[in-house]
Design a protein around this ligand. Structure first.
Ligand SMILES: [Zn+2]
Length: 324
């Protein structure tokens, strides 16, 4: 807490360890994918990606961003929990992809879906881009691919350069639930150190860069974050269901938003076409995947009927294919 109070630009880095409390196995933890594999066992999923709830750590990070302490978040996780917790996507780099995001190969538009997109390794998902061209008559129709990297794939340019930049500017990098062994993601926190900043490592096990840390805490991230938030006098917000927030600007209570009655319309009155994909401009906040579901819809079924873009049914995705 003192290190955070004494810093003006704090970047957090997260790994699989922050999602074990959400029922998604990590890699090197006691029940991790690789630990189990060594014993000839399969990793255990306590949930599906769609049903996983953000952990206390996910929600604490959301609050730290809202109050202006956390300036940028770099994650190696592909479970989509940061985005589904409502963390603003413009303050987040997902270096290894997101199970819920598909991207147009032609125009680059990203669509955040309500269910996992169904493929891995940057392969076509079977759906096409529906971005309207300038005159609004023809859609882009580019092929959509998933964003999950395979071992040989290079990291997404935009996410990597934003993360790189944020780490150099930061005066404090805090890593949570990662052994920092995967390159280049695991080395990014060292950039902060190299520029004269400080490094804090929170992880159950030893990490690759423990010797470089100004402070190491070997413990459960949820416990550490709960205590940290208490020290800082901050509440960990409750999660109220999946919500996608594109821009941090739109989270702040700006007068323009307050005065615009349209901006506060409940999700059920929004046009169907806004429920999927990377909303732009005034539609940056989509408070509504959860709300809409309660009203009358089940996940992506809230799309306009006959739009032809419904992803495959929600299914349990096994992580093995990510690792072999
Ligand atoms: Zn496109």
């Amino acid at each position: 807490a003192d290190l955070i109070r004494g810093s003006s630009n704090v970047v957090f880095h997260t790994g699989a360890g922050i999602s074990t409390a959400s029922g998604i196995p990590d890699f090197r933890g006691p029940n991790g994918v690789w630990t189990m594999e060594e014993r000839g066992l399969s990793p255990k999923f306590d949930t599906t990606f769609e049903n996983a709830r953000p952990s206390k750590t996910h929600m604490a990070l959301l609050e730290l961003q809202r109050v202006g302490i956390l300036k940028f978040l770099v994650s190696q996780n592909v479970d989509g929990l940061h985005v589904r917790s409502g963390f603003p996507r413009d303050k987040l780099s997902e270096l290894h992809g997101n199970m819920f995001v598909e991207e147009c190969v032609k125009c680059g538009k990203q669509y955040v879906r309500d269910v996992v997109v169904g493929s891995m390794g940057l392969k076509p998902t079977g759906r096409l881009c529906d971005v309207s061209k300038a005159r609004g008559l023809r859609a882009c129709r580019g092929k959509l691919i998933d964003t999950i990297l395979d071992w040989e794939d290079s990291l997404p340019d935009r996410d990597l350069s934003l993360a790189d930049d944020a780490c150099r500017k930061a005066d404090l990098s805090v890593t949570l639930g990662t052994s920092l062994q995967i390159k280049p993601s695991g080395n990014l926190p060292l950039l902060t150190k190299r520029k004269g900043g400080k490094l804090v490592i929170v992880n159950l096990q030893a990490t690759k860069h423990d010797r470089q840390a100004d402070l190491r805490i070997h413990g459960y991230v949820d416990e550490v974050m709960t205590k940290l938030m208490k020290q800082l006098g901050l509440e960990i917000p409750e999660w109220t269901g999946p919500a996608v927030v594109e821009s941090s600007e739109l989270v702040k209570p700006e007068p323009a938003l307050k005065l615009d009655p349209d901006a506060q319309r409940p999700a059920k009155e929004e046009p169907c076409s806004h429920h999927n994909g990377t909303a732009e401009g005034a539609d940056g906040i989509r408070p509504g995947l959860g709300t809409a579901r309660e009203e009358h819809c089940d996940g992506l079924k809230q799309e306009c009927p006959g739009s032809g873009h419904s992803p495959v049914a929600a299914k349990r995705v096994r992580v093995e294919s990510l690792l072999t």
